[in-house]
Design a protein around this ligand. Structure first.
Ligand SMILES: C[S@@+](CC[C@H](N)C(=O)[O-])C[C@H]1O[C@@H](n2cnc3c(N)ncnc32)[C@H](O)[C@@H]1O
Length: 336
């Protein structure tokens, strides 16, 4: 008989799924899913609501939703194309989007047309998002990003090499089945998401069941990657808000491991670094991203309690979690 899959194995398997997210998102964090789940597991309360205010490709939300670890998710992004994409995926219009993906013509002509379009209908925005994301250099939606293979299609890869119509449309339909467990999807700044969530009964009454993953725009090069990015003062403000004693719930924040991020958080008791090792392209140069900064009020509490197995502040922790407990459960799990 096949041994029963542990929760961490399940999360790790889902995080590696092909097309986990239909978006090939720059800075996508699917690799962090097992670690974030492990951190949450150590908090030991049910995840009634999991919130991602910088959702992008939604890698973490999708892992926690599909594994059944989170009862509900609430997601938002300031980019209207990204927000529209998720709004349609988790709606009754998902099938229309899947059909549009299946029937799309992927060539430079259609790329130019879609890039120039200024759609107002949500379905068209959602299609523009997935089309440009899967056909542009490194999945970048920013105006400055060109098509894969270049306008002359002289590169090693062609514009349609990442546009597997069948797999993408199938995945859109598959994800739409989870729509009843999506509390909201909004196009808004994280500040508004913070205030919206603070107004909920959950935040007011039992915020131990409220969980957040915060993945703000990269500190370096974000203005090439996203249509909306942060200025240095925004990173400071975000820090001030989440370190406020009244910020509700349990949270994990991640950043690319650069000096500015270390300066911001290295004195905080919940500061850690994690080994990632992946290649990312933010311009024409491919770089090895070796570590990420992970900060969490759960880690802070565990350290304050002197819990064993928690690496010292700033020490590198492995991607599969602190001391991976194969049989531990993560609160109540809903059918998935
Ligand atoms: C690092 S990416 C998130 C990637 C995501 N975690 C994933 O796995 O795909 C940061 C996201 O923040 C969004 N963003 C930028 N400024 C924002 C703001 N002020 N409020 C909310 N979202 C913002 C960007 O559009 C981008 O999608």
């Amino acid at each position: 008989m096949k041994p029963k899959e542990s929760l961490s194995e399940k999360i790790s398997r889902i995080s590696k799924k092909n097309h986990l997210s239909p978006l090939r998102y720059p800075g996508g964090k699917r690799k962090l899913a097992p670690l974030v789940a492990d951190i949450f597991q150590r908090q030991g309360t049910d995840i009634k609501l999991f919130v991602e205010p910088f959702v992008g490709g939604a890698a973490l939300s999708l892992c926690l939703l599909e594994s059944g670890v989170a009862e509900e998710i609430a997601i938002a992004d300031k980019d209207d194309l990204v927000a529209a994409f998720w709004q349609v995926v988790f709606s009754n219009e998902a099938e229309k989007l899947a059909d549009q993906v299946s029937n799309s013509k992927v060539n430079i002509r259609s790329w130019r047309k879609i890039k120039a379009d200024k759609p107002s209908r949500i379905l068209d925005k959602a299609f523009k998002c997935i089309f440009l994301n899967r056909t542009s250099f490194s999945g970048i939606l920013h105006d400055r990003a060109g098509p894969i293979g270049g306008i002359g299609q002289t590169g090693k890869y062609r514009i349609d090499c990442r546009f597997n119509k069948d797999a993408l449309s199938r995945r859109i339909i598959e994800l739409s089945n989870y729509k009843d467990r999506v509390r909201f999807i909004r196009c808004q700044s994280y500040k508004k998401t913070f205030s919206d969530i603070k107004q909920t009964k959950l935040a007011k009454n039992s915020n131990k069941n409220l969980y957040w993953y915060l993945d703000p725009p990269f500190i370096e090069k974000a203005n090439f990657l996203y249509r909306s990015s942060f200025k240095p003062a925004d990173h400071e403000l975000l820090k001030k808000q989440i370190l406020d004693a009244n910020f509700p719930g349990n949270w994990v924040l991640s950043y690319d491991d650069v000096q500015i991020a270390r300066d911001l958080y290295s004195k905080y008791k919940g500061f850690s670094r994690v080994n990632l090792s992946y290649n990312a392209r933010v311009d024409s140069v491919e770089r090895l991203i070796a570590s990420e900064i992970v900060v969490s009020n759960v880690i802070e509490r565990l350290r304050l309690k002197g819990r064993k197995g928690i690496p010292a502040m700033g020490k590198i922790i492995p991607l599969n979690g602190f001391t991976c407990n194969r049989n531990a459960s993560l609160g109540k799990r809903v059918a998935s």
